[in-house]
Design a binder for this molecule. Structure first.
Ligand SMILES: Cc1ncc(COP(=O)(O)O)c(C=O)c1O
Length: 294
């Protein structure tokens, strides 16, 4: 297999040559933003939406992207082309640049550093989509919007990483994160939905979640199938007592949550509506209107 090609600051280079200086603020402080994007059938899924979120995040952390968003969009597509991506996973990153050890990013220091990687991802096996995931509730709270707003896909994922490590320490696949008020926010890399009596609920963004692009797609798909979908706050109690629960994310797609803190959710296997939505989602990813041609 030939080596992956990475876009880094104006050039397409082999992965083994794509290096970031140790003084980069992204590395030193998690000072930067990213997007995780999927390609399906030769199209980049929801590319416009990802670009919009990337721009919003840049604005939120006072980062001037080094190129206009149209050019960055083209870089994502070109990185896919250079890696002959048909179905794949793309990581787009912009760090503050090489600003040295001081916290203040000095004006005139190295400009924001943009890079793009295109490859493959397989987070869970097909078996896991039928069986569902074991999840624990993390003792770490999702950060408040007044600290680093969870809507910003910043490079500082320490809170989520620590919660994810905690999940694996207990033999679980994911960790549920509550907000400071004990309301369910999301998992470490996914949004959460529950189903009760056929009604689908997901926490509103203000509870402290990323406005997931898969989350938005699932809301649209479920409504088009005739389901009622509501954005309402709920608690751990509601997840435990749900008929079905599932997680959504670019890498995970739609996957059932079947065990929480050692207790089965309903019968402990992926629910009927969850699997119906997964099928519908996979169809949806194939529709040309939902992706940009590579
Ligand atoms: C914390 C968090 N929540 C939710 C999601 C799901 O978002 P999306 O569907 O846009 O991938 C992700 C993944 O990007 C995430 O990191």
């Amino acid at each position: 297999m030939s080596e992956q090609t990475v876009y880094l600051e104006g050039a397409y280079i082999p992965l083994s040559e794509a290096k970031i200086p140790v003084m980069d603020h992204g590395l030193l402080y998690g000072d930067g933003i990213f997007e995780g994007i999927r390609a399906y059938g030769g199209r980049v899924f929801k590319l416009e939406e990802h670009m919009r979120r990337f721009q919003t995040a840049a604005r939120a952390i006072n980062l001037t992207l080094p190129l206009p968003i149209g050019e960055i969009t083209e870089i994502v597509l070109e990185t896919c082309r250079r890696n002959t991506i048909v179905d794949g996973y793309i990581r787009l990153v912009c760090t503050r640049g090489a600003d040295g050890l001081g916290l203040f990013p000095k004006p005139g220091a190295h400009p924001p550093r943009l890079f793009c990687i295109a490859g493959q991802v397989a987070l869970y096996s097909e078996e896991a989509y039928k069986r569902g995931l074991k999840v624990i509730t993390s003792h770490l709270r999702r950060n408040k919007a007044t600290i680093v707003n969870p809507q910003i896909k910043s490079l500082n994922y320490l809170n989520n990483i620590m919660a994810n490590i905690e999940a694996h320490r207990y033999g679980a696949d994911e960790a549920l994160m509550l907000n400071e008020d004990g309301l369910v926010a999301e998992c470490t890399g996914d949004n959460i939905f529950i189903i009760q009596d056929g009604v689908i609920s997901t926490p509103p963004i203000w509870v402290g979640t990323l406005n997931g692009i898969t989350r938005q797609a699932v809301i649209e798909i479920a409504r088009s199938l005739g389901y009622t979908v509501q954005e309402v706050p709920f608690t751990h109690f509601d997840v435990l007592n749900a008929d079905e629960a599932f997680l959504t994310g670019t890498a995970a797609e739609i996957i059932a949550l079947t065990e929480l803190d050692g207790q089965l959710i309903d019968s402990g296997v992926a629910g009927k509506i969850t699997l119906e939505l997964l099928d519908a989602f996979r169809e949806y990813t194939k529709q040309s209107k939902n992706g940009a041609k590579i």
